[in-house]
Design a protein around this ligand. Structure first.
Ligand code: PLP
Length: 452
């Protein structure tokens, strides 16, 4: 197996450009080749069994090897592997899925524009939000307010919406008319304020930005209900009600990017329910197909859809793979499975509370300065003491991530923040196993940095 692995690593390093990767670094270490998945576990080419604490990339909510999803893709591919929905055509999977998602979405969202990914969903949002205001006779309303350290994808518009300075620096981004305000990240930026006052202050930055740029120029505000890639940042309880108030008062469009939080991660179909939000747009992707095939989309509120449809003419936008039939068939199977197996109730009433109790006890570990958890996403901040971080040169987060793999669990590091987003099908016994592996990883990490 070692020989095969060496082969793969050589081919990989000669030809394969990976996403978000330092290739110099990777070619020294060699890529890890994942060859198999079953349930909540993956296996690498060397036969190591690893508990996937990240559901792939936040997407494999129903775990690996779900026969119903596989069968749905196979059946649809046999029947009709591809057709487009341009030129006044459609196919049953996209039609049925649009009905299904409308049924489970918050009341006022009943239309869907399909895409192939979350990034494309956000690009679609930018175009549709501006089109909406144009049709309302307010073509100057172009500006979209977003937040620092947000992640909305990697296409030019989505990376511009995102607030990752590292991404902006490499590509002359953001594009015009996208501005960023502060994020509700208390651990990092809360200073002497308590969580609630901080949450309120940060939310009010939106109102200040509206005053600064002028309401006549503002189209929308976009945010993830919980920042994912930024480090599972669960905002203080005061944050979202104040944001909703500001959006209502100034009548700007609210975009809840639910690419991670949608389709059950909070124990509700959408985090907009969990947080009582009234968004005009919900970009989604990832969990909609449990990651088995690429699919994304934009849920659109009645107020926007009515204008686009009734005053619209042609909305000059779309992708070859918008609403791909096999991907839509898998999404329908995913929703059916979640409904029939009552996954949401299990997450909400059993597994998420069980995980929460154990997760919060990690605060007793010497390495842990804060724990955060909501539904099936969670974070710990690795720190010396309280909010005092280790020197960045130590790279304690990367050390912890690498040791996690050695201990048979996938954890993701965002700087010195360790995050998880386990499959929604994880059971109590597997949560015990996850927590044991994480505790062992933390012990090993502490030992390693003490020996530096
Ligand atoms: C992953 C992600 C995206 C981008 O989705 P892709 O399918 O990778 O293009 C957008 N928004 C959020 C919140 C995400 O986590």
């Amino acid at each position: 197996m070692k020989k095969e692995l060496n082969n793969w690593q050589t081919m990989d390093s000669n030809h394969f450009l990976h996403p978000f990767t330092d290739h110099h670094d990777l070619s020294k270490k060699g890529t890890r080749v994942i060859t198999k998945g079953d349930g909540i576990y993956i296996w690498d080419s060397e036969g190591n069994k690893i508990l996937d604490g990240m559901s792939g990339l936040w997407c494999v909510s129903l775990g690996y090897g779900n026969d119903e999803l596989i069968q749905a893709a196979y059946d649809q591919m046999k029947e009709l592997p591809y057709y487009n929905s341009f030129f006044q055509c459609a196919h049953p999977p996209a039609i049925e899925l649009s009905q299904k998602i409308s049924d489970i979405a918050p009341d006022s969202l009943n239309h869907i524009f399909f895409t192939g990914s979350g990034s494309e969903a956000n690009d679609t949002m930018v175009r549709m939000a501006r089109r909406y205001w144009q049709l309302q006779g307010k073509p100057d309303k172009q500006i979209i307010i977003s937040r620092k350290n947000a992640y909305h994808g990697s296409t030019v518009a989505a990376a511009s919406l995102g607030g990752m300075s590292g991404m902006h620096e490499q590509g002359g981004l953001p594009i015009p008319n996208i501005h960023h305000i502060a994020q509700p990240y208390w651990f990092e930026e809360g200073g002497d304020l308590d969580q609630d006052s901080f949450g309120l202050n940060v939310a009010q930055e939106l109102e200040k930005a509206i005053e600064h740029y002028g309401i006549e120029n503002i189209a929308a505000f976009i945010a993830e209900p919980i920042q994912g890639a930024g480090g599972v940042i669960v905002p203080p309880e005061t944050y979202w009600p104040e944001i909703q108030r500001i959006c209502d008062q100034h009548e700007i469009l609210l975009v809840a990017d639910e690419v991670i939080t949608g389709f059950g991660r909070m124990g509700d179909w959408f985090a907009s329910e969990t947080y009582n939000l009234k968004p005009d747009f919900i970009p989604f992707a990832k969990g909609v197909t449990s990651g088995y095939l690429p699919l994304g989309g934009l849920l659109v509120s009645d107020r926007v859809a009515d204008v686009i449809i009734s005053k619209g003419g042609e909305f000059t936008h779309g992708f070859t793979y918008s609403g791909h039939p096999a991907a839509c068939a898998v999404a329908i199977a995913t929703i059916n499975f979640i409904e029939r197996e009552t996954i949401l109730a299990t997450v909400k009433d059993q597994t998420a509370p069980y995980l929460k109790k154990q997760w919060e006890s990690l605060i007793n570990h010497d390495l842990v300065g804060e724990t955060r958890i909501k539904g099936m996403v969670a974070a710990i901040e690795l720190s010396k003491e309280g909010r005092e971080r280790y020197a960045a040169t130590i790279g304690v987060g990367s050390i912890c991530r690498d040791l996690a793999m050695d201990h048979g669990v996938v954890l993701r590091a965002v700087g010195d923040t360790m995050i998880i987003a386990p499959p929604l099908i994880i059971n109590a016994q597997q949560i015990d196993e996850l927590m044991d592996k994480i505790k062992n990883t933390l012990d090993a990490t502490l030992k390693t940095i003490q020996s530096l």
